[in-house]
Design a binder for this molecule. Structure first.
Ligand SMILES: [Ca+2]
Ligand SMILES: [Ca+2]
Length: 565
């Protein structure tokens, strides 16, 4: 399994080339800015250098107020637990405004857009709706509060025209909760007990995450019928025949039994085949058997290839379909062996190209200690050839880095200059508050995007400028996230990143932090030779290397050096 997947990942990889533009479709409108570096054609390199923007569609931007109360859902939840109006039209608007380009974003991760339960539940934190997207009612429909199929297609197409990939958040572990409006899926599809106790593999996988969340019998190979409620729904929508014919064709082609997980794999991969999603962020990846992930990945790769064949003008490049897992609690120090206590699993051997790093936000010690360790494991250690995705805040994490947003510039520096992929959670770049009056638990982490703070300018605009400079530098130089790290000076802190490509081209950067305002001298020995003409991307200032250093005068504490092009 492991070797099969890794060899698939290598198909079609070309040499790294830092000079070519990222690919855009011929004749496509609004092509991506062409200052970007090349398609880094190695998947691990690309995803370790990538900036992934994670947004809750319902909380990001409201582009269409007519869908705010879709399906008759009331705004009667606890604080920040109802649908708040954000939608795909809002994401499209921000795409078209160039907001993501300005941050150097390589991929957008959307929360699940499939149709959610219509009702609400109280899990102990107040009445809650499925605004977050993790409470599926129908895997084959777009939730009307977020928009339509056309809205979704417009988002993916607009992103692709700008060279931005789109990751779909895929849920296979559970259905939405049961409510008076949302019947339970049949007992041969889901179990309602026992609750997970998280003491071992079995008590983490074949059990209910929480009492209200029906757990799909993903381990079962027993054939099941479509749930009557779904048959009724599709009949009312006039698409029962088409859906059942497609399922028949899927099971005929694959030879899989009509077991629950295979229906869901069919439904999840249909989105890839129809819209060209570039990857999955797999929800709750450690709560279903890892072999399921490998099955899903294989079908997603076939779907992605089908989409590419049918949409040649929209294909970005040859990067393979990507899958990043939410293995809650995973961090790079665990290498390739996530431990359940009684058993370890190497998720990278089951279709995962990358795993979310739950350790980054809590890293202690100096920045150089963190960066050195990450670089060592990614380049010479257990994680060579795979990728990680670091974050400082996220939708489920009650212990973010700098919860009170007292150091939003420092937070951006830490995250965007770290080895490995960077997950920007919507609003990290605007110091969106992570404490909201009256909000309980994770609702605090899911406030509406604070566009109003940005419109007022001042401090918020200054924070965004910092994140944009770092994000654009990161995008222009894959060495920042994917290069080998070396400390050049302890204080003020100066380090280099070097990414060597197979074709002999090399991307090199030198980064200096904690610098004094005004005149500064940055050591670059061993990275840039005397006489090299450098430019500081943070200030736009240029300088020439003399005696192993470059002297600059800028008002900023950050220096981002590369060769002048
Ligand atoms: Ca709306
Ligand atoms: Ca499960």
């Amino acid at each position: 399994m492991k070797y099969l997947i890794r060899s698939i990942a290598l198909v079609g990889l070309g040499a790294l080339a830092f000079s070519a533009c990222r690919h855009s479709a011929p004749g496509a409108a609004a092509p991506r800015r062409n200052a970007a570096p090349a398609a880094v054609a190695n998947a691990a390199t690309f995803w370790n250098s990538a900036t992934v923007y994670f947004l809750l569609t319902d909380r990001f931007a409201n582009g269409d107020t007519t869908n705010d109360r879709a399906l008759g859902r009331a705004h009667d939840g606890a604080v920040l637990r109802s649908f708040e109006g954000g939608d795909l039209a809002g994401v499209l608007r921000k795409l078209n405004e160039g907001y993501f380009d300005s941050l150097g974003v390589d991929a957008i991760w959307l929360t699940p857009f499939v149709e959610q339960i219509h009702g609400s539940v109280d899990e102990g934190t107040g009445r809650t709706y499925g605004f977050h997207g993790y409470w599926t009612r129908d895997w084959t429909a777009v939730d009307p509060a977020l928009g339509t199929m056309d809205d979704l297609r417009a988002v993916v197409n607009a992103a692709h025209r700008r060279g931005i990939r789109v990751l779909m958040d895929a849920v296979i572990n559970h259905t939405g909760p049961v409510t008076p409006q949302d019947p339970q899926w049949p007992n041969d599809w889901v179990r309602m007990s026992p609750n997970c106790t998280y003491r071992s593999y079995a008590t983490t996988v074949d059990c209910n995450l929480v009492a209200t969340l029906p757990d799909v019998r993903t381990e079962s190979d027993q054939p099941v019928e479509l749930p009557p409620a779904l048959i009724e729904k599709w009949r009312a929508e006039g698409r029962l025949e088409q859906e059942t014919a497609e399922l028949d064709a899927f099971f005929a082609r694959t030879g899989y039994p009509r077991a629950p997980r295979y229906y869901i794999i069919k439904w999840l991969t249909d989105w890839v085949r129809a819209f060209g999603f570039d990857g999955y962020r797999m929800d709750t990846a450690k709560h279903f058997g890892e072999a399921v992930s490998a099955e899903l990945k294989r079908e997603a790769e076939l779907a992605f290839a089908d989409w590419k064949r049918a949409h040649r003008a929209q294909v970005l490049d040859s990067l393979p379909f990507y899958m990043v897992g939410e293995v809650y609690g995973y961090e790079p120090s665990q290498g390739r062996a996530y431990s359940f206590g009684d058993r370890t699993v190497d998720y990278f051997a089951y279709g995962y190209d990358g795993l979310i790093n739950f350790g980054f936000k809590g890293e202690r010690g100096s920045l150089d200690d963190v960066y050195s360790r990450y670089s060592a494991t990614l380049h010479d250690g257990a994680l060579r050839g795979v990728s990680i995705l670091n974050y400082i805040s996220s939708h489920d994490d009650g212990g973010p880095y700098d919860r009170d947003r007292t150091q939003p510039l420092d937070a951006g520096t830490r995250l965007l200059l770290a080895p490995g992929g960077a997950q920007v959670y919507y609003g990290d770049e605007l110091a969106r508050p992570l404490r909201v009056a009256g909000a309980e638990g994770d609702a605090n982490l899911r406030s509406m995007m604070n566009w109003g703070d940005l419109e007022r300018g001042g401090r918020t605009a200054e924070i965004l400028r910092h994140w944009r400079k770092l994000g654009q530098f990161r995008r222009a130089h894959p060495a920042v996230g994917a290069g080998a790290h070396r400390r050049l000076q302890a204080a003020p802190y100066v380090f280099s990143r070097t990414l060597e490509a197979t074709n002999g081209r090399v991307d090199r950067v030198v980064i200096a932090l904690d610098q004094p305002a005004g005149a500064k001298t940055v050591p670059v020995t061993g990275v840039f030779p005397d006489g090299a003409e450098l430019v500081d991307a943070y200030s736009g200032t240029r300088g020439t290397v003399r005696g192993g250093t470059v002297a600059l005068t800028t008002p900023f504490p950050v220096v981002l050096l590369s060769r002048q092009r």
